[in-house]
Structures are given as structure tokens and as C-alpha cells.
Design a protein around this ligand. Structure first.
Ligand code: IDP
Ligand code: MG
Length: 149
């Protein structure tokens, strides 16, 4: 079963959207296998956004991510990486479709509430970066036959 890394960014935590994000993923039919609230170190933030290190917004992005707690999660399910990206919506909340998390709750690209891995390989790297094996729980929901044929 596929897994993805989801983070409610500091703005999402401050705006009391942790529950809303969890609720959307639960209702969609995905399974929570890892969850923690944490203050992010500069080192972790820089590593997580390493691909963007030459971009003009990198410094501000890192400062933002370390400015207040985030909620890190791992969700599991069929094609969860692509599906989560659709649920999250476009990077700029102004162009993100209504019905997506960013489209429903965001108004600024630098405050777009949530991160989701962009590919299966990225998800594997990000999960390993943010979680130890012992923090991840493999379990099966009893509703599985009602989610998958
Ligand atoms: P994604 O989060 O939708 O995958 P990326 O292009 O990977 O978007 O960018 C990572 C994060 O960097 C975005 O979620 C956003 O917080 C921030 N970001 C991207 N582009 C800009 C920008 O032009 N200005 C400010 N922040 C940006
Ligand atoms: Mg990205």
C-alpha cells in the first residue's frame, strides 16, 4: 500500500486546521499511520526544501517553517500520493480549485497551509526524513472491504 508525507504548516496549525486536514483524509478513505506535532529545526527545514535552495523564496520559506509548530503525518492508501496532491490543490491558493484544502482556506502562496509529497519516490524520502520506523504504525482498518473491491 502506498504512503505519503503530509505536513500542516505553521499557518495551518495557527489557524486551527489540523482537525480539518485529518478529517478530510479520514473521510476520503486513507489510513493514518504516523502523526506528530513538532517544532522544526533549521536543519530539517532546509533538508526538506533542499530542491528549492536556489529559489528566491527559500530563505523566507525556511524561516516560516521553523517559526511555529507543524503537524507531520503519514497517510496510507491506494494512489495516496497523487490523490493527496489533488485534495491539497495548486501551490498558489488563489488558483487552487474550491474544494481543495488550499482553495478553500488559503489566499497567499507563502501561506498555503499544507505540504504533500509530489511523487512516490519523494514520499519515501520525506517519510524517512521526518519519521523513524518506530513512529510508523502498520495497521488495517476493519472498513477496508468497504473501501476497496
Ligand atoms: P508545492 O508545495 O505545491 O509542492 P513547491 O513548488 O514545491 O510547491 O514549493 C514549495 C513551497 O514553497 C510552496 O508550498 C510554498 O510554500 C513555497 N513557495 C513556492 N513558490 C513560492 C513563491 O513564489 N513565493 C513564496 N513561496 C513560495
Ligand atoms: Mg513541492
Amino acid at each position: 500500500m502506498e504512503r505519503t508525507f503530509i505536513m500542516v504548516k505553521p499557518d495551518g496549525v495557527q489557524r486551527n486546521l489540523i482537525g480539518e486536514v485529518i478529517s478530510r483524509f479520514e473521510k476520503k478513505g486513507f489510513t493514518l499511520v504516523g502523526l506528530k506535532l513538532l517544532s522544526v529545526s533549521r536543519e530539517l527545514a532546509e533538508k526538506h526544501y533542499e530542491v528549492h535552495k536556489e529559489r528566491p523564496f527559500f530563505k523566507g520559506l525556511v524561516e516560516f517553517i521553523i517559526s511555529a509548530p507543524v503537524t507531520a503525518m503519514v497517510w496510507e492508501g491506494n494512489d495516496v500520493v497523487v490523490s493527496a496532491r489533488k485534495m491539497i490543490g495548486a501551490t498558489n491558493p488563489i488558483t487552487a480549485e474550491p474544494g481543495t484544502i488550499r482553495g478553500d482556506y488559503g489566499v497567499n502562496i507563502g501561506r498555503n497551509l499544507i505540504h504533500g509529497s509530489d511523487a512516490v519516490e519523494t514520499a519515501e524520502k520525506e517519510i524517512a526524513l521526518w519519521f523513524s520506523d518506530s513512529e510508523l504504525v502498520s495497521w488495517q482498518q476493519t472498513i477496508t472491504p468497504w473501501l476497496y473491491e
